[in-house]
Design a protein around this ligand. Structure first.
Ligand code: XIL
Length: 395
């Protein structure tokens, strides 16, 4: 299997070097009939999706499993590797669903992004209530974090390509105080030093996985108040971690966009990726979706309201994908779900209602965004889009 992968990679690299496209005997080559994963592999880029294990196992919904396997070359557990899923009771791990996803990925020759080791959300209540009622001390909390990271990374050792080690540690300008700061449960209880600790502990447990910091609203620099720029804040954090010898290998930019916002142009996003690459870091888009407000008109099927949303969505997927293609250290482009049938958006953004956030509609029909992604993968190449530069894990 390893050998086969090498041969495939070699063939793809050779074709890319020759700048030719494969043809099937007798039939003209139709790039638009290829999968996203095959088209992305021309650039050495992995294209991924978050996977909802319930949908994957739903025998009445086979299309979900088919597309998860055929269109993507990397997968992320949408929830199954979060702390509350893996360790719902203290010291008792429930590996089953996450292991199932790893096996699925293996079967379909996909890589796995591990999501997530340290985050302030979806923590088990034994942990949060123990800290709240004082039965878990600060020293014990630090030990618990160490033990969790060590157990999880060790369990999946050898199966994870990129780990989201720390997720969403930085505040937003609309938080209080509005000056950017380290926010949430871990910073409150352990101070910001937990970030360096987490990377070191993860590296000790798996010397080969790439270790990522992951966050949202870091797609571009200079949006909003330049003195309070979240992307710049994360850049400086990563720079300082690297300077201190902390084993961080990459920055994950989640890429949750909305058509009601201004969003970015491709150059702005490429500039941010390039700035991170300047630190010797890989980058990845890790949770891309583009939601829209479901106005009364949209819900009533008014095409005058639906069409501009579909077009703006396609444009935004394209902006992020082209920026990633343009920066050869951008290793993967992961969608946070691929069908509106199973997207977190309608359940999460309710006031006003939002949805239409993925590249396939609720009936698994590809939308304009899907076609736009394909076109971007097809109509790009040297000299401005080059093969990906593999990242070596930092010791
Ligand atoms: C979301 C999942 O998609 C939902 O199913 C769950 O209820 C809440 O979390 N940023 C992240 C992801 O890093 O883990 C979140 O996933 C979406 C925002």
């Amino acid at each position: 299997m390893k050998l086969r992968r090498w041969i495939t990679a070699g063939a793809v690299a050779t074709l890319a070097a020759l700048n030719v496209t494969p043809a099937t005997a007798g039939r003209p080559y139709d790039p638009a009939a290829q999968s996203l994963r095959d088209l992305a592999m021309r650039h050495g880029l992995y294209v991924g999706t978050a996977v909802d294990l319930a949908a994957l196992n739903d025998a009445t919904d086979p299309r979900y499993r088919e597309l998860a396997a055929s269109e993507f070359s990397t997968v992320t557990a949408e929830n199954a590797m979060k702390w509350e899923s893996l360790e719902p009771t203290r010291g008792t791990y429930n590996w089953g669903p996450a292991d199932e996803l790893v096996a699925f990925a293996h079967q379909h020759h996909q890589r796995v992004r591990g999501h997530v080791l340290v985050w302030h959300n979806q923590l088990p209540s034994w942990l949060t209530s123990g800290v709240e009622d004082g039965s878990i001390s600060t020293a014990e909390l630090r030990q618990i974090l160490h033990d969790h990271i060590t157990a999880v990374v060790t369990h999946f050792k050898g199966s994870i390509w990129q780990w989201d080690v720390v997720n969403e540690a930085v505040s937003d300008p609309w938080d209080t105080p509005s000056t950017l700061h380290y926010k949430g449960f871990w910073a409150q209880h352990l101070g910001p030093g937990y970030i360096a600790d987490a990377f070191r502990w993860a590296r000790a447990a798996d010397p080969k996985a790439l270790l990522f910091y992951n966050d949202y609203n870091i797609e571009a620099l200079g949006s909003g108040d330049p003195a309070n720029d979240k992307t710049q804040f994360v850049y400086e954090m990563a720079r300082d971690l690297r300077a201190a010898g902390v084993p961080i290998d990459g920055i994950g930019s989640q890429g949750h966009l909305g058509t009601q916002y201004g969003n970015y142009d491709t150059f702005q996003v490429a500039t941010a990726l390039k700035k991170f690459a300047g630190l010797g870091l890989a980058t990845a888009f890790t949770e891309v979706d583009v939601r829209s407000q479901l106005t009364d008109g949209v819900q009533a099927g008014d095409s005058a309201e639906i069409n501009p949303r579909l077009q703006a969505s396609a444009a935004n997927f394209g902006v992020l994908l082209r920026a990633c293609l343009a920066e050869s250290h951008c290793l993967s482009f992961t969608l946070w779900g691929f069908t509106d049938k199973h997207s977190w958006v309608p359940g999460w953004f309710k006031n006003p209602p939002e949805g239409m956030a993925t590249v396939y509609d609720e009936n698994y029909q590809p939308k304009r965004a899907y076609q736009e992604m394909k076109a971007d993968l097809i109509y790009s190449g040297p000299p401005f889009v080059l093969p990906r530069v593999p990242q070596q894990p930092r010791r």
